[in-house]
Design a binder for this molecule. Structure first.
Ligand SMILES: Cc1cc2nc3c(=O)[nH]c(=O)nc-3n(C[C@H](O)[C@H](O)[C@H](O)COP(=O)(O)O)c2cc1C
Length: 155
């Protein structure tokens, strides 16, 4: 049975962004955003290394990682625990590179490395804000208003 549900895949495809946590050889946490986070298949996520020296170094020593993908409007998301493998060459590297390049209308991707993460455990996270009985629609409306205000403030 696949680990990733259709809803998980939908959210990752829509958000196009995940935060990955890795562990340094000294046991320290390292967290950074990956805007190329995408679904590879029913059990794997993938992202391009465009400038992630610490994440790559950590995964090469210890593949354990956790990825957090969040819908900021619905205030819901998913956590994915798994093992990340750094790919620099080979059939899978070429397959991923071709798929990413195809998605970019044939424009080649600048990445020399990809990280493929085998998801071993996936779980839903929901804001405690839902405890008051708010529906997802109400939550979306509330946070759309908030982010519209932020946009206005910043423009
Ligand atoms: C919104 C956003 C998206 C990013 N997406 C990626 C990405 O897909 N791949 C990547 O290698 N770096 C990406 N970066 C850059 C790295 O996360 C950033 O350089 C970070 O400091 C690398 O740290 P690390 O070595 O701990 O991963 C992104 C940064 C931001 C702010």
């Amino acid at each position: 049975m696949s680990v990733l549900t259709e809803d998980m895949k939908r959210m990752i495809r829509q958000q196009r962004m995940g935060f990955i946590a890795t562990v340094s050889p000294q046991g320290l946490p390292n967290l950074s955003p990956k805007g190329t986070m995408s679904v590879w298949d029913d059990d794997h996520l993938v992202f391009a290394d465009l400038g992630s020296p610490d994440t790559i170094a950590n995964l090469e020593q210890n593949p354990a990682c956790e990825i957090n993908v969040l819908d900021y409007f619905a205030r819901k998301g998913y956590l994915f625990k798994g093992d990340g493998i750094v790919l620099v060459e080979g059939d899978l590297f070429n397959e991923i590179h071709d798929a990413v390049t195809a998605k970019r209308s044939g424009r080649s991707y600048p990445s020399k490395r990809y990280v493929i993460v085998k998801v071993k455990d996936a779980s839903l996270m929901i804001s405690p804000g839902y405890a008051s009985g708010q529906t997802e629609l109400e939550m979306r409306e509330q946070w759309t208003t908030h982010w519209n205000g932020v946009q206005t403030e910043n423009s």
